[in-house]
Ligand binder design. Structure first.
Ligand SMILES: Nc1ncnc2c1ncn2[C@@H]1O[C@H](COP(=O)(O)OP(=O)(O)OP(=O)(O)O)[C@@H](O)[C@H]1O
Length: 606
């Protein structure tokens, strides 16, 4: 098996992707050798056929020999060669498809794994639609490289050489006349090359933009329908679609022009050779059979040239796809796991969390969190409130190490989270977000996240504990009910209960709820609240909420504004302070939920 490649080295060199591709192709060396052998035998079988006909014409028919025996033998040989050529071509195609598909499957797997390793900052910058295109269609283009381009380069260039040898053997002078077209072919190929590359790249970029736009719309469908944005989005889609249509047409037009130029050149050469060769036959300088074989060869001569040039397109796409795939491979996660991480296990965690002088910004010069200090004791339940954009979710993202702090440190049980493995850290922390992510699969699989070591009984017990058992039992197939993609068959509360059950089975020592009840009505929130108290038992728990009612019973409440902690204490202590929290509380008493505009107004009070 090929080793995973290290694409970072040599990234700037354009040959680097091809060198890396060669690493993937290496385990299939013997298959490629077998393909070349089959191609050689197939070509020989093909090209010997006109020579046989020439033999019949010149050595039998033209001299009136009437040798029936050799005529039948040559006809049988001709038929045998045709069958042989077909068989070789069949084996060669199968072998090449197998090698090509295996290489691409391996690249696709490595690419998917590499994308998984990236940090959140990578996903912030890269639209998911374009990643989908790279994993699906760009890797498919690589397959075409092996099964079409490589095949054509090997088979057609060998055919060309064989034809020239055969032609030279028949008549060197006619061969030299035929070669006049070669400089013209090079001229056409070079002049078309740059333009074809440009048109191809343009159409690929337009396609990838259209896919990205479609993916974005599908994920935001609720919003689009709620805001009646269908017409607007349709207009934007049509613009992209029209651009793609135009770019595609331009590309096809260039290709057709390129291919037809070759066809015309082929026909003109046949006319030229018929003229020159015809005169030579009249003058008895060559035999008629030689002219026949020569014309057949010159027709065959343009076929491989045309084939090779037709692969130009695929070669262009391979270049573009390769560089795009290699750009992904070259991306290194910003959040890196230290090599020594395995030596510092995060085991038997008590759940002591310390933010020490934490500084962070998504852009280097725009701080979102500045010199933040916070100590959370093991088993403590902390509520975090604050204005929109205060930095609450960012704080949690830092604790989960989706991003790295730019200053200060975050410690769990005194250990810097940058020193431990991602696996240990994410086992320690359980995160429940506003929109829990559910996979297409059964409820059982969704709760245990496809981990077979978690038993069905454990899943059922967890669901009973959080109060989801009733709801699940009422479903058609109970725990085996299949949930559609992203859990769209369930209500927001039901989805959230399932994500709570997940927390129970995975038993993280630190539990984070980021606006986990924001989408729920007050009755469901009550249900979730009681589930939360069960789940939070014995765990350090951080709850971010806009609704004061969600966090008012926490051991301590942190009030954040503009990346800083502005107030801290229990619900009663904070009310007594009569500061920002008290304003938030009063407001929430009046409106139940605080609108963002109001929060901003309150922030200025704070
Ligand atoms: N992925 C991101 N890339 C760039 N900026 C971001 C990103 N996520 C958040 N921000 C910015 O960082 C700031 C803090 O955002 P954060 O989501 O932490 O606030 P929050 O207090 O959780 O807000 P809310 O209550 O609305 O969820 C905001 O100004 C926001 O625009």
């Amino acid at each position: 098996m090929s080793k995973p490649i290290n694409p970072t080295h040599d990234r700037t060199k354009t040959k680097a992707p091809y060198r890396a591709l060669a690493v993937y192709a290496k385990p299939h060396t013997f298959t490629f050798i077998a393909v070349v052998l089959c191609a050689l035998l197939g070509i020989a079988a093909d090209l010997f056929q006109p020579y046989l006909v020439k033999e019949v014409i010149d050595d039998n028919l033209m001299i009136g020999k009437n040798d029936y025996h050799s005529l039948i033998m040559i006809c049988l040989l001709y038929g045998g060669l045709s069958i042989g050529s077909m068989l070789f071509s069949y084996v060669q195609n199968n072998l090449l498809q197998f090698a090509g598909q295996s290489i691409v499957a391996k690249i696709r797997k490595d690419l998917f794994g590499h994308i998984f390793k990236q940090s959140m900052s990578y996903y912030d910058k890269t639209p998911s639609g374009s990643l989908i295109t790279h994993v699906s269609s760009d890797t498919e283009t690589l397959n075409q490289f092996f099964t079409q381009v490589l095949l054509s380069l090997v088979r057609d260039s060998m055919t060309l050489i064989f034809i020239i040898v055969m032609m030279y053997h028949l008549d060197p002078q006619l061969t030299l006349y035929s070669m006049i077209v070669i400089p013209i072919i090079i001229l056409i190929a070079v002049s078309f090359r740059r333009y074809m590359r440009k048109t191809y790249q343009l159409s690929r970029t337009q396609l990838s933009q259209m896919v990205a736009f479609t993916a974005e719309n599908l994920s935001g469908m609720h919003l689009i329908q709620a805001f009646h944005q269908e017409k607007e989005q349709m207009k934007r889609f049509t613009e992209r679609n029209t651009s793609y249509f135009g770019a595609n047409l331009r590309e096809i037009r260039t290709n057709v022009l390129f291919n037809r130029s070759f066809d015309i050149l082929g026909n003109l050469s046949v006319a030229f050779i018929t003229w020159i060769g015809g005169i030579a036959v009249f003058d008895k300088a060559i035999e008629f059979g030689v002219l026949y074989a020569f014309i057949t060869y010159i027709r065959q001569f343009f076929q491989p040239i045309n084939n090779i040039t037709q692969q130009w397109n695929t070669l262009q796409s391979t270049n573009v796809s390769m560089s795009r795939i290699w750009n992904i491979f070259a991306a290194q996660p910003e959040v890196k796991e230290k090599e020594t991480a395995a030596l510092i296990p995060l085991a038997d965690v008590k759940g002591d969390i310390q933010f020490q002088h934490v500084h962070f910004g998504y852009q280097k010069d725009m701080a979102v969190i500045e010199d933040l200090n916070l100590h959370i004791a093991p088993g403590e339940m902390i509520g975090i409130v604050g204005t929109t954009g205060a930095g609450k979710s960012s704080l949690i993202s830092l604790l989960c190490r989706f991003y790295d702090v730019q200053g200060g440190s975050i410690r769990i049980d005194g250990i810097d989270i940058r020193d431990v493995s991602h696996r240990d850290l994410h086992r320690t922390i359980g995160l429940v977000q506003q929109e829990p992510f559910l996979y297409g699969g059964s409820i059982i699989e969704n709760v245990r996240m496809f981990d077979p070591s978690i038993s069905r009984e454990a899943v059922i017990a967890a669901c009973q504990l959080v109060g989801a058992d009733d709801m699940i039992s009422r479903m058609k197939d109970g725990y085996d009910t299949r949930i559609s993609e992203r859990g769209s068959g369930l209500s927001a509360g039901e989805r959230q209960l399932i994500s709570f059950a997940r927390i129970i089975v995975f038993e993280p020592k630190v539990l984070i709820l980021d606006e986990a009840t924001a989408n729920l009505d007050s009755q469901t929130e009550q249900m979730i609240q009681s589930a939360l108290h069960i789940v939070a038992e014995g765990r350090t728990t951080i709850v971010i909420a806009h609704r004061i009612s969600t966090i008012m019973h926490a051991n301590r409440i942190i009030v954040m504004s503009h990346g800083e902690i502005v107030e801290e204490g229990t619900h009663a202590e904070l009310l007594a302070l009569q500061g920002f929290y008290e304003q938030l509380y009063q407001h929430s008493q009046g409106t139940q939920s605080v609108s963002s505009a109001d929060r901003d107004r309150l922030s200025s009070i704070g």
